[in-house]
Design a protein around this ligand. Structure first.
Ligand code: ATP
Length: 451
């Protein structure tokens, strides 16, 4: 008996220490079990209290009356699956007749309190089936990406969502993206995670970093082209527009449409081409875009117009040619001059870090997800890296990228330096870098952090 008490006490102490030290560990060991038990035991009463039950069907009432049995209870959505995860629980529910996904979505805050969870979000999987994702702690406070993530070409696990799932930047689904945020809000760390994620893919990275190259030039070994001032950026963008034209010609030549060619074989973009013919996709990362759009003299104004025109053309036509834009800045609105709102309309993937005012949040979401504007304004100032990510479907979610230091990103880029493709059109912009130290030497210690 004493042994049992001591063991229980020990388990309790370990649970408390784990919870205090690292919520993730606590949840993976004790928390998930406690939460699953709590949900299983209190499910019906909580759903009833949260207004998520429906009265029994008429035939059941009649049957009970005929059999002189007690009136049957109201019914809660049926649990199809209860799955523990690293960060909490996932509950799949089959709705009862008369219920809809909106009922569940509007009750998530009440469910959160009733089940004693940190966060509850819901989404409709298909008609009549809703998934509730519950997190046991603030997963965005100390981001830990799962060890295993999905692998697909041009799909980068870049951040963690507040419901504990992985947030992917999928270039083939959402070709162009805009990342906004005030100074020190976490844009560079987000972009660094993207570069680190893309480094192991077969992709050419092109960087335009008008902060004198401080963000992207240390990662030069994995870049096929870099520009650190608006003049070079203009030449680079116009070269990319030309490259895009060449890729279109290649796709056209590969189509060879005759009446015998089945529809599925007609190439519409680079991904339909046979692998040996397919040009390397290109991701163009622009840091601090306003530097490209501001001007003081007539000559600079002409340069700015040509830069914006080239960016608009890439945004409009780049997807099929495998050219994707990732634009980063503090603000991106009509005050930057003509063509900017047209360009912004093409950047479907929107991410806003902490912003200083509502108009900046509106630049990110005003035209696609008005709900997200409020969420972006509410991002706390003391947690850099928290962002709201939305797309043109009107949906949005809070995310945070793992904290990747410049040193870590440099090491990843150096490790994958041999994957840097030679794109002949971009050869003139390839950064000159010293050869890497011999493979035998550990990269982490010896690779220089600059080009
Ligand atoms: N996801 C994150 N997790 C933890 N810390 C972060 C995260 N993102 C950013 N930070 C911290 O916040 C600070 C500012 O980040 P960052 O340089 O990315 O901001 P920024 O928006 O690019 O700023 P600026 O526009 O001034 O360059 C850095 O010290 C960084 O370590």
């Amino acid at each position: 008996m004493t042994g049992l008490l001591v063991s229980l006490l020990l388990v309790g102490v370990i649970a408390v220490i784990l919870r205090w030290q690292r919520p993730a560990w606590y949840w993976m060991t004790f928390g998930v079990t406690f939460a699953a038990l709590r949900v299983a035991v209190r499910y019906t009463s909580v759903m009833d209290a949260c207004g998520l039950t429906v009265p029994p069907a008429r035939w059941r009432l009649s049957l009970a009356r005929m059999a002189n049995r007690p009136v049957p209870e109201s019914r809660a959505p049926r649990i199809l699956r209860l799955r523990p995860t690293r960060t909490g629980l996932v509950l799949r529910l089959k709705l009862r007749p008369g219920q809809d996904a909106f009922d569940v979505a509007s009750a998530t805050d009440r469910l959160r309190h009733s089940f004693g969870m940190y966060g509850v979000t819901s989404r409709e999987l298909h008609s009549g089936v809703v998934e509730l994702r519950m997190t046991g702690y603030d997963v965005l406070r100390r981001v830990q990406m799962p060890a295993k993530t999905d692998h697909a070409p041009m799909r980068i696990p870049v951040a963690l969502r507040e419901d504990g799932s992985v947030h992917y930047r999928d270039y083939r689904a959402v070709p162009h993206g805009l990342t906004l945020g005030a100074t020190e809000s976490g844009k560079s760390v987000y972009q660094r995670n993207l570069v680190a994620g893309l480094a192991s893919h077969d992709v050419a990275l092109v960087g335009i970093d008008c902060k004198q190259g401080v963000e992207l030039f240390p990662l030069a070994r994995r870049f096929s082209a870099l520009a650190d001032n608006p003049d070079t950026a203009l030449e680079l963008l116009e070269t990319l527009v030309q490259h895009m034209g060449d890729v279109y010609q290649l796709i056209r030549a590969a189509q060879r449409i005759t009446v015998d060619v089945p529809d599925a074989d007609i190439a519409a973009d680079i991904w339909d081409l046979p692998a040996d013919m397919r040009p390397t996709p290109v991701v163009v990362l622009v840091d601090e875009v306003a530097e490209l759009a501001l001007f003081a003299t007539k000559d600079e104004e002409k340069r700015r117009d040509r830069i914006v025109t080239a960016l608009v053309r890439l945004a409009q036509l780049g997807r099929a040619a495998g050219i994707y834009l990732e634009i980063c800045g503090q603000r991106f609105g009509s005050e930057l001059g003509k063509g900017i709102t047209m360009l912004r309309a093409q950047l479907t993937g929107r991410t806003a870090h902490r912003v200083n005012d509502e108009s900046s949040a509106n630049m990110a979401f005003g035209d696609i997800a008005p709900d997200a504007v409020l969420a972006a304004i509410q991002i706390p100032t003391d947690v850099p890296g928290i962002a709201v990510s939305g797309d043109s479907t009107g949906g949005w979610t809070r995310i945070r990228a793992p904290h990747t230091s410049l040193r870590q990103a440099v090491n990843i880029c150096n490790r994958h330096a041999d994957r840097t493709p030679d794109v002949p059109a971009l050869a003139a912009f390839r950064p000159a870098v010293a050869p890497l130290p011999s493979a035998a030497a550990p990269l982490a210690k010896t690779a220089p952090a600059t080009a």
